[in-house]
Design a protein around this ligand. Structure first.
Ligand SMILES: Nc1ncnc2c1ncn2[C@@H]1O[C@H](COP(=O)(O)OP(=O)(O)OP(=O)(O)O)[C@@H](O)[C@H]1O
Ligand SMILES: [Mg+2]
Length: 237
């Protein structure tokens, strides 16, 4: 069965979808989008859910059949999200069982799941079967406060924190706070992802790490995603 990587956080806008997209490309994963609002990996990919009649995730959960991922050029295989995932009726156990089935049936070693911030049956179901839970967090006061709660509640999950949007000189007191938050827990920290304005204004659909050569302004970010993918591989083994 494929390994399952779940990108998750309590807070919004921390870099989950960006990480999910790049990791999926680098791991040659099937990317499952459990997001219900736009602006996530499904939009980046170029899929417009409202122009389609079907909701692939809901169809799969209802029918028990494994969805067929979409394929694209220089972007990950995708099971797209949809606004109807907001109030979908399936419980976390059913979601977990379905994801395991998909991970067993797809021709891949990796599945990456992107989630909506906070609690939902989709997120909890994914967390139940995660081999690694990637939690992006900027090194800022409010983000680290939320992270402290997450670490306290989820220390028995395979949590890896991915410091995100990190300035060239990370504030030492924030680094110390992150270290304190994970002290005495099995939670690990992967390579910091540098802050880059280019990431926020980029409109391309292909993964950053799929570009050859990677544009100069994105080199550091791409290298950090590469390191993160390597970390994930080692962590899961
Ligand atoms: N390394 C980075 N440097 C600068 N901006 C970034 C970086 N990574 C992501 N961003 C930008 O920050 C915003 C939020 O990123 P992203 O959508 O990945 O977060 P998210 O946690 O998935 O958000 P949501 O909770 O809304 O799903 C986006 O505009 C994205 O382009
Ligand atoms: Mg997102």
């Amino acid at each position: 069965m494929a390994n399952i990587v779940v990108c998750h956080s309590r807070k919004g806008g921390v870099g989950k979808s960006t990480l999910a997209y790049e990791l999926s490309w680098l791991l040659d994963a099937v990317l499952v989008d459990f997001e219900h609002d736009g602006g996530g990996v499904t939009a980046t990919w170029g899929y417009r859910p409202l122009e389609r009649l079907r909701v692939p995730v809901l169809d799969a959960l209802e029918s028990g059949r494994t969805p067929r991922p979409l394929k694209g050029f220089h972007k990950p295989r995708l099971v797209p999200g949809h606004p109807e995932l907001l109030d979908q009726p399936h419980g976390q156990e059913d979601v977990a069982t379905a994801l395991e089935q998909w991970a067993g049936e797809w021709d891949t070693d990796w599945v990456v799941v992107d989630t909506h911030p906070g609690a939902s049956a989709l997120a909890h179901g994914a967390l139940m079967v995660a081999n690694v839970v990637m939690v992006p967090s900027p090194l800022k006061v409010k983000d680290l406060a939320a992270l402290e709660h997450l670490v306290a509640d989820m220390a028995d999950y395979p949590v890896v924190i991915s410091p995100s949007m990190v300035p060239a000189t990370p504030p030492p007191q924030m680094v110390a706070r992150l270290e304190r938050a994970i002290e005495g827990t099995p939670v690990q920290v992967s390579a910091p992802i540098p802050d880059s304005r280019t990431v926020g204004t980029r409109t391309k659909r292909v993964a950053i790490t799929s570009e050859s050569p990677v544009p100069k302004k994105l080199e550091k970010v791409a290298a950090a995603f590469d390191d993160t993918a390597k970390f994930v591989k080692e962590y899961v083994q």
